[in-house]
Ligand binder design. Structure first.
Ligand code: DC
Length: 229
């Protein structure tokens, strides 16, 4: 049996940490769709596109071939054959991804890749529109969120651990700006699917969130198996 778990939510809610852990517990593959949008954004930055010009983004994005490989359980994003994982987690790439992911042509280029991955194996896939658009039939849908301040604090800790200076107020402003863009874009806006379970991680530990999602998954799968009997 192939099972799909969709985890959506805003930037910094802890989606990737949680999704990776849930995938490990269930021996599923973790699919990070944000990394695919980031790889596309990296390509657009390298091509020096004007981020204010949707027609230019639409034209230039045709030159990016994005594919995925798995090595020791880790997702490797290939951009025109180059492993670009090391370049994806910067604020510059994240901000560009937030702009370019609103472009319908960019989304179209990544949609097939995401659906094919979920069809071929059991996955925990995280993103913004997985439960609503990419995998509307997912077995479990989670909408994971946390307050903007909590998310900014988490992002700052992450940066400080890497020895990068962090301006908490600026990070919070960037997060709110990104939320606004992600939630208000015309195509596949960030929103909770009607049948998704809302999990607010502001006052929860990672372990608690993982446990909660595993519980939801087990109840769902056991119930559907019972129904099938
Ligand atoms: O989750 P992340 O920060 O790596 O995502 C980077 C950007 O990509 C984010 O601003 C929203 C966008 N994104 C999207 O539009 N749809 C997805 N499924 C995943 C990410």
């Amino acid at each position: 049996m192939i099972y799909n778990i969709a985890i959506d939510g805003p930037a910094g809610a802890g989606k990737s940490t949680i999704a990776r852990r849930v995938a490990r517990e269930l021996s599923f593959v973790y699919v990070d769709t944000g990394a695919m949008y980031r790889a596309m954004a990296l390509y657009l930055l390298r091509q020096k596109v004007n981020r204010e010009d949707p027609a230019e983004i639409e034209r230039v994005c045709q030159g990016a071939e994005i594919s995925i490989e798995y090595k020791d359980g880790e997702q490797i994003v290939l951009l025109n054959g180059e492993n670009v994982n090391a370049f994806l987690r910067t604020e510059e790439v994240g901000n560009m991804a937030s702009v370019s992911s609103a472009n319908p042509e960019v989304r179209k280029r990544l949609l097939d890749l995401q659906r094919k991955l979920a069809k071929s194996m059991s996955v925990v896939m995280d993103g913004r529109d997985i439960g609503t658009t990419i995998l509307p039939e997912a077995d479990v849908k989670i909408f994971l969120t946390a307050s903007p301040l909590t998310r900014a604090r988490r992002r700052c800790l992450e940066l400080e651990e890497k020895g990068v200076f962090c301006d908490l107020a600026q990070i919070q402003k960037d997060i709110e700006e990104r939320d606004r863009r992600d939630m208000n874009r015309e195509i596949s806006p960030l929103k909770k699917a009607e049948d998704a379970v809302l999990v607010d991680s502001s006052d929860m530990t990672i372990d608690e969130v993982v446990k909660n999602i595993l519980q939801i998954y087990r109840e769902k799968v056991i119930n559907s198996k019972k129904r099938a009997e």
